[in-house]
Design a protein around this ligand. Structure first.
Ligand code: F6P
Length: 368
C-alpha cells in the first residue's frame, strides 16, 4: 500500500506531530509506503507531483515538537475555482486527481479545516479518491470534534499574552485590549479569556453594547481596581454590525482591527488610557502544547487504522476523551460556533466578566 498525506489551510502547531504519527503507524504497523504532498492540493497539481518521501521520518522524533508543517500548506487556490495568471478563475480539479493517480496512491490523508475538508471531499467524490480527514485549526471550529489540532497551543499563547498584559496594565492603570484570531468563532477568546482572567470577553456569537462595556470597566474602577483586561475575537463587529477587515487577497477578506476600534470607543467613554495588542500569527507558530501533541498523535494513528479497515470519506474526531470517526459530510457543514449555553460562558459571567448578551436568534454556521 502507498498512502499520501497533505496539510491544507492555515498552519498551526501540531501538524508535524500528526505527520509523524501517520508515518509511524503506516510504516511500523502496516509496512506501507508514505509520501508527503507539498503545499496541499497544489503539490498534486504539479507534473510530476511535488512530494517528500516520508518513510525515513519514522525515526525523526523532533517532529513531535516542531511547529509549522514540513510539507508546507496553502489557504487559497481552491482547485474548483483556481486563480489563473490573467485574473480569471478555472476548474483545475482534474489535475489534482491526476496527481493522486500518478503517485499510485491507495489513500490520501488530508489534514485541514472545514474549507479544506469541503474541497477534498468534493475531489474525492469526483475522482473516486480514498480520503480520510484529520481536523486541524487554531479556530477550533470544525463540527463534530471537541478539539482540532492547533487550538490548545493557540489558546495557550493567548493566555500567556494576558498573563503578560496584566502586570503592565496594573502598573500603568490602563485598559489593555487583546485581539485574538478565530475566524468567525470565539473559541480562542472564550477559553483564553476565562483562563487569563479577562474582565470582558467579546465573541462574534454574542451581541454587546459599547456603553455597557464602558460602564462595566468604570464599575471595576469604582470597586478599586485601576486596570482592566479585555479580550476580543477578530470577527466581533462594530456597534453598527460592521465587520472590521485589515485587507483582502484574491479570494477572501482578512479580519483585523476590531481591537483598535474598541480602544477608541472605550477610551472616549471612560476617559481611561487604553492600549491594544493584536496577537496575530504568533498564535499559529511555536512548539505544540502537550495536548495538541496527544491529539495530533491519536488522530494520526486512527486515520491510518481507518485506511487499513477500508473506511473512507471519514474524519477522525475527539469526543469525551476518545478518538472517534465521523462522516465527512457531517463535518463540512460550516463553522462550529461557540454555544452561548456553554459552561465556559456561564462560568465567565459567574466570575463577573462582561460577555454581552446572546443575540435574539442564536448564531449558527448558516448565519455567519
Ligand atoms: O483559520 C486560521 C486563521 O489563523 C484565522 O484565525 C485567521 O482569521 C486566518 O487564519 C488568517 O489567515 P492568513 O494566514 O491568511 O492571514
Amino acid at each position: 500500500m502507498r498512502i499520501g498525506i497533505l496539510t491544507s489551510g492555515g498552519d498551526c502547531a501540531g501538524l508535524n506531530a500528526a505527520i509523524l504519527a501517520v508515518v509511524r503507524r503506516a510504516v511500523l504497523g502496516y509496512g506501507w509506503d508514505v509520501v508527503g504532498i507539498r503545499q496541499g492540493t497544489h503539490g498534486l497539481m504539479q507534473d510530476p507531483p511535488a512530494v517528500i518521501p516520508l518513510n525515513d521520518y519514522v525515526n525523526n522524533d523532533g517532529m513531535l515538537r516542531l511547529g509549522g508543517t514540513i510539507l508546507g500548506t496553502i489557504n487559497k487556490g481552491d482547485p474548483f475555482h483556481y486563480p489563473m495568471p490573467d485574473g480569471s478563475f478555472d476548474d483545475v480539479s482534474d489535475k489534482v486527481i491526476a496527481g493522486y493517480r500518478a503517485l499510485g496512491l491507495d489513500a490520501l490523508i488530508g489534514v485541514g479545516g472545514d474549507g479544506s475538508m469541503a474541497i477534498l471531499h468534493r475531489l474525492a467524490q469526483q475522482g473516486g479518491l480514498n480520503l480520510v480527514g484529520i481536523p486541524k485549526t487554531i479556530d477550533n471550529d470544525l463540527a463534530q470534534t471537541e478539539y482540532s489540532v492547533g487550538f490548545t497551543t493557540a489558546a495557550n499563547v493567548a493566555v500567556e499574552a494576558l498573563d503578560r498584559l496584566q502586570p503592565t496594565a496594573a502598573s500603568h492603570d490602563r485598559i489593555m485590549i487583546l485581539e485574538v484570531m478565530g475566524r468567525d468563532a470565539g473559541h480562542i477568546a472564550l477559553f483564553a479569556g476565562l483562563a487569563g482572567g479577562a474582565d470582558a470577553i467579546l465573541m462574534p456569537e454574542m451581541d454587546y453594547s459599547i456603553d455597557d462595556l464602558a460602564e462595566h470597566c468604570l464599575n471595576i474602577r469604582k470597586r478599586g481596581r485601576h486596570h482592566a483586561l479585555v479580550i476580543v475575537a477578530e470577527a466581533v463587529r462594530t456597534d453598527t454590525g460592521e465587520p472590521v477587515y485589515q485587507g483582502a487577497d484574491d479570494q477572501k477578506a482578512r479580519y483585523g482591527g476590531i481591537g483598535h476600534w474598541l480602544a477608541d470607543k472605550l477610551g472616549e467613554r471612560t476617559g481611561w488610557e487604553t492600549r491594544v495588542t493584536v496577537l496575530g500569527h504568533v498564535q499559529r507558530g511555536g512548539i505544540p502544547s502537550p495536548r495538541d501533541r496527544v491529539i495530533a498523535t491519536a488522530f494520526g494513528v486512527h486515520a491510518v487504522d481507518l485506511i487499513a479497515q477500508g473506511k473512507f470519506d471519514r474524519v477522525v474526531a475527539w469526543s469525551q476523551r476518545k478518538v472517534i470517526d465521523v462522516a465527512m459530510t457531517d463535518v463540512i457543514t460550516g463553522p462550529r460556533l461557540v454555544d452561548t449555553d456553554d459552561a465556559m460562558v456561564s462560568t465567565a459571567i459567574g466570575m463577573g466578566a462582561y460577555l454581552g448578551h446572546p443575540p435574539k436568534h442564536k448564531r449558527t454556521a448558516a448565519t455567519v
